[in-house]
Design a protein around this ligand. Structure first.
Ligand SMILES: NC(=O)c1ccc[n+]([C@@H]2O[C@H](COP(=O)([O-])OP(=O)(O)OC[C@H]3O[C@@H](n4cnc5c(N)ncnc54)[C@H](OP(=O)(O)O)[C@@H]3O)[C@@H](O)[C@H]2O)c1
Length: 581
């Protein structure tokens, strides 16, 4: 009866009926048709099949999501199904993406209508290739150990088949008897490389879907450092307010026991941190964040603490680290997540521009319960940190050890091993530094061992935190005609202090040698053409380690410094060692 009251008009474009699966005619203008439309089976697959038979190859879904597109794709695998809107995606982004997909599938889009009134105009693309960056997934190469083929055996037989003696390090006039030990050592070396390749992992960033209109309920405590740019503080205050939160700005005097019912804590404490603010290797943001965590625990506040940074991580080659200092908080955060899983919310790295969209993405991470606790907000959306397998190391870029190698912490366990390795692999002079220098246990024996391996050794008492002492050492070596060719920074001390009881002195004690030492080496050798600049970092920085928040923060700084040096085309390798047996 209700449908009978409706006045029907004949459609202007053909409609494929869900009742019959073919193009509908006059019956569309009857109430019976629409009653049957509600009551009878939906012949959706037949309708899509009918269109396919007519030669249709592109479909646009007008609806709130992409459910029908997904179903239809199962009927016609080769056609393009384009949803105009997507769940959890901003409408403008979704429609723009849909138009782009239609365009690349050959549909003529009326771009003039789309851009009407926005003063858009065509521009020429640059005629030069300015960034050689590939975005296509790499197919596993032949010989990749993960394909089941032993890459060493494959390389060996390839060289044998092609009679390529140089690839096997064999010179042409060797007898087979003499060639065998050469081949054997070639195989050992290749096997070691192959094993190392299987240990290679790297940090990657995965785009994640987040809510388009997040809501933050309840009271949020906002920790704002005194020296923060007012515009940044306003951005967070206005954002929190616009997303529905009640805000209480807190500082060191705030009585946190009055806020045990808080829904969350947003910390801006790390945002002003710069390398110039490092004190004994520690950023103010790091110290204040540790103190805040401890005060929240003492006050009985159980809400999660989220820490913001800006430019502290790199998500791709075109998105370099802009603040090595702020990277420290990422090391701390990964440990806090292990030690205080209910109190630690996570880390969000912000882009350069803080606008409304940046806030929407930030708030979406804060409001989400998907467990993503290490994220980067970038103009294209939210990225979540992952650790994934890396491709085998590129060949032909190995460090050819030569001249003088400076090893900080050289009289320690790993420093001594590096020294012997360098001596056996081409270094002419090894300079070992530590605070105790020649007085360190085993220093004299180590020097003898290095000399037996064919290099000269100098053991110097030199604190890496003393930039003047390092500068003098580098100048003296240069004047003596033995300039430093490579630096290996192993100086550092370990840690086993839970966050709950960590003092500011614990922070500086653990971080100074590593962080100040690395920063000093970076400065002292800024104008030296080094073959290698190696930093001994740790997996504690990569995925956290209970009781090692300061140690992790220090090592995250080393990793960030290596990235920073790469950006400036300087050599750098930061090795995330696991525990040595
Ligand atoms: N061993 C492992 O399992 C492992 C795992 C991951 C990462 N790592 C990293 O590898 C590096 C070496 O570890 P390790 O086990 O060989 O440690 P280690 O045996 O304790 O040696 C550390 C060395 O650093 C020196 N040092 C400390 N503070 C210094 C300063 N301010 N200036 C100059 N030298 C300083 C120490 O000598 P003085 O006290 O005389 O100064 C010592 O020679 C560390 O950076 C560590 O974080 C080690």
């Amino acid at each position: 009866q209700v449908v009978q009251a409706v006045t029907f008009q004949a459609p202007r474009i053909p409609i494929v009926s869900n009742l019959t699966g073919t193009v509908a005619g006059e019956e569309l203008l009857t109430s019976d048709y629409w009653v049957n439309h509600v009551r009878q089976a939906v012949r959706f697959a037949d309708g899509i099949g009918h269109l396919d038979a007519q030669g249709v190859t592109t479909y646009l879904e007008l609806g709130p999501g992409g459910v029908l597109s997904a179903m239809a794709q199962e009927t016609v695998a080769e056609a393009a199904f384009v949803p105009a809107l997507r769940k959890n995606r901003a409408e403008t982004d979704a429609v723009m993406t849909a138009l782009a997909e239609l365009h690349v599938n050959g549909t003529v889009v009326d771009w003039a209508a789309y851009f009407a009134g926005v003063d858009a105009r065509r521009v020429d693309l640059p005629t030069y290739a300015f960034q050689h960056e590939r975005f296509w997934p790499e197919a596993p190469k032949r010989g990749d150990s993960r394909t089941g083929v032993d890459p060493v055996d494959e390389a060996f037989w390839k060289a044998v088949t092609s009679e390529d003696l140089s690839a096997l390090d064999v010179s042409g006039d060797l007898t087979l008897k003499d060639a065998l030990p050469v081949l054997s050592s070639w195989r050992d070396r290749q096997r070691r490389h192959s094993t190392l390749d299987q240990w290679r992992y790297h940090t990657t960033w995965k785009p994640v879907d987040v809510a388009a209109a997040p809501v933050l309920d309840g009271r949020w405590l906002l920790a704002v450092p005194e020296n923060l740019d007012a515009a940044v503080a306003d951005w967070a205050v206005e954002g929190l307010r616009a997303t529905g939160a009640d805000i209480v700005t807190i500082d060191t005097d705030t009585d946190l026991t009055a806020h045990t019912d808080a829904a969350g804590i947003l910390s801006l404490l790390a945002l002003p941190d710069h390398d110039q603010h490092l004190h004994a290797g520690v950023t103010p943001g790091l110290t204040h964040t540790v103190t805040l965590l401890q005060r929240l625990a003492e006050a009985g506040v159980h809400a999660p603490l989220w820490s913001l940074t800006q430019g502290a991580v790199t998500t791709s080659d075109s998105d370099p680290i802009r603040s090595t200092a702020q990277a420290q908080i990422w090391g701390l955060g990964r440990v806090a997540a292990l030690e205080e899983p209910t109190r630690w919310g996570g880390l969000i790295d912000l882009p350069e521009v803080l606008d409304t969209q940046t806030w929407q993405h930030t708030a979406a991470v804060l409001a989400s319960d998907d467990g993503e606790d290490q994220t980067a907000v970038r103009p294209a959306g939210v990225l979540a940190r992952r650790i994934t397998r890396a491709a085998p190391a590129p060949t032909g870029k190995a460090w050819k050890v030569r001249g003088t190698v400076l090893i900080t912490g050289g009289t320690g366990g790993l420093g001594a091993r590096v020294a012997c390795w360098a001596a056996a692999n081409g270094a002419e002079h090894i300079v070992l530094t530590s605070r105790r220098g020649p007085d360190a246990p085993g220093a004299a024996e180590l020097r003898t061992r290095i000399e037996e391996l064919g290099a000269t050794a100098t053991v110097v008492a030199c604190d890496t935190t003393d930039r003047d002492a390092l500068t003098t050492l580098a100048d003296t070596l240069r004047t003596d005609g033995t300039p430093v060719r490579a630096v290996v920074h192993t100086a550092g001390i370990g840690q086993a202090t839970p966050l709950a009881t960590m003092t500011p002195t614990d922070l500086t004690d653990v971080m100074d040698a590593k962080v100040t030492g690395a920063a000093n080496l970076h400065t002292v050798f800024a104008d030296t053409d080094l073959d290698a600049f190696v930093l001994f970092s740790s997996i504690a920085a990569t995925w956290g380690s209970g009781g090692q928040a300061a140690y992790a923060a220090a090592n995250t700084y080393l990793d960030a410094l290596a990235h920073h040096r790469h950006t400036h085309h300087l050599p750098a390798t930061s090795i995330a060692w696991g525990p040595w047996a």
